[in-house]
Design a protein around this ligand. Structure first.
Ligand SMILES: Cc1ncc(COP(=O)(O)O)c(C=O)c1O
Length: 388
């Protein structure tokens, strides 16, 4: 019997040390507390890291997604295809611009959007598709690009989980328009924060205006020597800019990203080794399309092999003092989507089936190997106790 730990192991924690403290202190001392030169530096550094041409720092991935759709001119009467297996914000932003979200089911192995389902969902009103690199695995971008090319669709990648993900050797962010998240739980964290990276110079210009109230370009610098107090409001924009406090954190995190990724890969590999012969759960399946950023380590609870379901499994893990999460409740099942778009249970059976089985286990760089072995031991014991 595994000896239960006395302290709670959270499902996720940010990774930091004195470097983060010092970089934020320096940003405070610089007196640039909102957007300033550090944000520009981080945009440059992150854009270079992913291989993207234009990077716009924002205060969330949600802001980046909304900005991209707005800058592309997507609005009422348009349809945008996305996955139900995502956080609500991917779909919410489609509603924010007045367009209609249309869901396409996912692949049963990786949980990423199924290109065949995307193709079936296209109508004459479809203007864009938002694939989500679920849990850190890349979507099948060649297949999605082929559909987008055939129907002249805007491809906007939700890369909230995909800082470090590659697709067939190129980093996510090197092509298309891509939205990253730096939320506190993410692989690179700045508390709240995000980045819009795009190969479209015009879209980037419009995005810079949109994220700063719609004020003409460069207005952020209006209080500095040489900056002009005069600005024009070109559109009714949003307040979505990144701050230098976030950018300072981001630059420090970027410096240690390779190490953090190495920890995630090591722990994910260890989990999968330890689950290899465990009946009752299934470790994540590699889709074979690129490098997994391992934002999440998601196991599936096999109902036919156990006498308990996913919810009871989570409660038992909690008794072992282990925090977990579920990514995600399929978006089409939320009341807003049911009420406004008439979606219901049974619409996307693959996503719904996955949802019934999934648990996200703790996976983050500041965990120890002992923590990983403890979680795997608890999973093993629960499976043994409830084997059918
Ligand atoms: C797939 C996905 N997209 C978008 C978001 C939104 O990110 P943010 O909190 O930075 O707006 C999240 C956040 O968890 C997410 O998981």
């Amino acid at each position: 019997m595994l000896k239960k730990r006395e302290t709670f192991l959270p499902y996720c924690l940010p990774y930091w040390d004195d470097n983060e403290l010092e970089s934020v202190q320096a940003a405070i001392r610089s007196n640039w507390w909102s957007r300033g030169p550090k944000t520009g530096e981080f945009e440059q550094a992150f854009g270079t890291f992913v291989g993207g041409r234009h990077a716009v720092g924002v205060n969330s991935c949600t802001a980046a997604l909304h900005t991209a759709l707005a800058a592309k001119g997507i609005g009422p009467g348009d349809e945008v295809i996305t996955t139900p297996m995502t956080f609500c914000s991917t779909a919410n932003v489609i509603c924010h611009v007045g367009a209609t979200p249309v869901f396409a089911d996912v692949r049963p192995d990786t949980g990423c959007i199924d290109p065949a389902a995307v193709a079936r969902a296209v109508t004459p009103r479809t203007k864009a598709v938002i694939p989500v690199h679920y849990a850190g695995q890349p979507c099948d971008m060649d297949a999605i690009d082929a559909i987008a090319d055939a129907h002249d669709l805007f491809v906007l990648e939700d890369a909230a989980h995909a800082v470090y993900t590659t697709y067939k050797g190129r980093r996510i962010g090197a092509k298309h328009t891509v939205a990253f998240s730096f939320y506190a739980t993410k692989n690179l964290a700045t508390g709240e924060g995000g980045m819009l990276v795009t190969d479209d110079a015009e879209l980037a210009d419009r995005a810079r205006v949109f994220v700063s109230h719609g004020m003409s370009r460069g207005a952020w610098n209006r209080y500095a020597k040489g900056g002009s107090w005069r600005y024009d409001v070109e559109i009714a924009g949003f307040k979505y800019n990144m701050t230098d406090l976030q950018a300072a954190l981001g630059l420090t995190q970027l410096d240690r990203l390779a190490y953090m990724q190495e920890r995630r890969e090591t722990y994910a590999g260890l989990y999968s080794d330890l689950f290899r012969d465990v009946r009752g759960v299934r470790p994540p399946v590699d889709g074979g399309l690129g490098r997994n950023a391992w934002h999440l380590y998601i196991i599936r609870v096999k109902k036919d092999e156990l006498d308990i379901g996913r919810d009871a499994f989570i409660e038992e893990l909690h008794d072992y003092n282990i925090g977990t999460s579920v990514h995600f409740i399929p978006v089409h099942l939320h009341p807003f989507y049911r009420e406004h778009y008439g979606t219901c249970e049974g619409d996307f059976p693959v996503a719904e089936g996955i949802f019934e089985e999934i648990i996200s286990l703790p996976l983050y760089p500041s965990m120890t190997e002992e923590d990983v072995r403890y979680v795997a031991g608890a999973v093993r014991e629960i499976c043994a106790r409830h084997a059918k």
